[in-house]
Design a protein around this ligand. Structure first.
Ligand code: C2E
Ligand code: MG
Ligand code: MG
Ligand code: MG
Length: 246
C-alpha cells in the first residue's frame, strides 16, 4: 500500500458527498464529505480500507487536509449562491493531535471567506476521544472558532452518552446499526435523543435505507437523516443537480 504515498498529489483521492435532509421538510440541509481512493489498478478503494493505512503511515494529515479543503470549497460555493448548506468532514484523532491542524483549518476558512458555522467536524465515537485531553482541547478550540462538532457513530463505542456530553459537541450522529434496530431498545435510544436535545445537540440518523427506517427516525425525534433512501454518496455535480430539484 506504499501507493498511498502521493495519492493526493496524483489526484487519486476524491471527495464524494452524501446529502442529509431535514426530517420535517425533506430538504437537503447538509452533506457529508466521504473520501474515496481511485487506485489506478484496484479501482475505487473505500475509506474503511485506506484511512487506517493512512493513519498508520503518517499520511492522514495530507488526506485530511485535502478533504477539509474540498469541504470548504464546496461550502463557499453554496455560501456565494446564498444557500445555507452545512458540510461535514470526518476527522481522525491523529489529525486533531497535530498541533498545526487548527491553523490550517483557520487558513482554509479564511481562504474561502467562509463562515465557520457551516463546517462540521465529525469525530467518531469508536475512538477514545473523551479520554484524550489533547483531543478534547482541540475540539474546544475548533468549537471556539465557530465550527460544528459532531459525535459520529453514536452507539458503536463504549462511551455512554454522559461521557460524550463532556465534549464540546453540537451534534450527535446515531450509527446506522441502531437505526436498523440491530442493537439497543427503542426506549433507550429515545432517551438518548431526548438527553442530546436537552443539551442543545442536533441529532442526525445515519444509514436510513428505507421508509421504515425513516419512520423510526421521526419517532425517535431525530432532526436530520442521511442514507441511501435519499441518496448514496455522490459527486459534486450530482449534488448540485439534487439541490436544483429540491
Ligand atoms: P461514517 O463517517 O460513519 O460515514 C457513513 C458511512 O455510511 C459511509 O461509508 C456511507 O457511504 C455509509 N452509508 C451512508 N448511508 C448509508 C445507508 O443508507 N446504508 C449503508 N449500508 N451505508 C450507508 P463510507 O463512505 O464507506 O465511509 C466509511 C467510513 O470511513 C466513514 O464512516 C468514516 O468513518 C470514514 N471516512 C470516510 N471519509 C473519511 C475522511 O475523509 N477522513 C476520515 N478520517 N475518515 C473518513
Ligand atoms: Mg461521518
Ligand atoms: Mg457514522
Ligand atoms: Mg464510521
Amino acid at each position: 500500500m506504499s501507493d498511498l504515498h502521493g495519492a493526493v498529489t496524483r489526484g487519486e483521492i476524491v471527495a464524494l458527498f452524501q446529502p442529509q435532509i431535514d426530517v420535517h421538510t425533506r430538504q437537503i440541509v447538509a452533506v457529508e464529505a466521504l473520501a474515496r481512493w481511485n487506485h489506478p489498478e484496484l479501482g475505487s478503494v473505500p475509506p474503511d480500507i485506506f484511512i487506517p493505512i493512512a493513519e498508520e503511515h503518517d499520511l492522514i494529515n495530507e488526506i485530511g487536509d485535502f478533504m477539509i479543503d474540498e469541504g470548504c470549497r464546496l461550502a463557499a460555493e453554496w455560501q456565494a449562491l446564498g444557500r445555507s448548506i452545512d458540510v461535514a468532514v470526518n476527522v481522525s484523532a491523529a489529525q486533531l493531535l497535530d498541533l498545526e491542524f487548527l491553523d490550517r483549518v483557520q487558513a482554509n476558512l479564511q481562504r474561502h471567506s467562509l463562515s465557520p458555522e457551516c463546517i462540521i467536524v465529525e469525530v467518531t465515537e469508536s475512538l477514545p476521544i473523551a479520554d484524550v485531553p489533547e483531543v478534547n482541547e482541540r475540539l474546544i478550540e475548533l468549537r471556539a472558532l465557530g465550527l460544528g462538532i459532531s459525535v459520529d457513530d453514536f452507539g458503536t463505542g463504549h462511551s455512554s452518552l454522559d461521557r460524550l456530553l463532556v465534549l464540546p459537541a453540537t451534534e450527535l450522529k446515531i450509527d446506522q446499526s441502531l437505526i436498523r434496530g440491530l442493537h439497543t431498545a427503542p426506549a433507550v435510544l429515545r432517551d438518548a435523543v431526548r438527553t442530546a436535545h436537552d443539551f442543545g445537540l442536533r441529532v442526525v440518523a445515519e444509514g436510513v435505507e428505507t421508509e421504515e427506517h425513516f419512520e423510526r427516525c421521526i419517532e425517535l425525534g431525530c432532526d436530520r437523516a442521511q442514507g441511501f433512501l435519499f441518496s448514496r454518496p455522490t459527486t459534486e455535480a450530482e449534488i448540485a443537480q439534487l439541490l436544483t430539484v429540491s
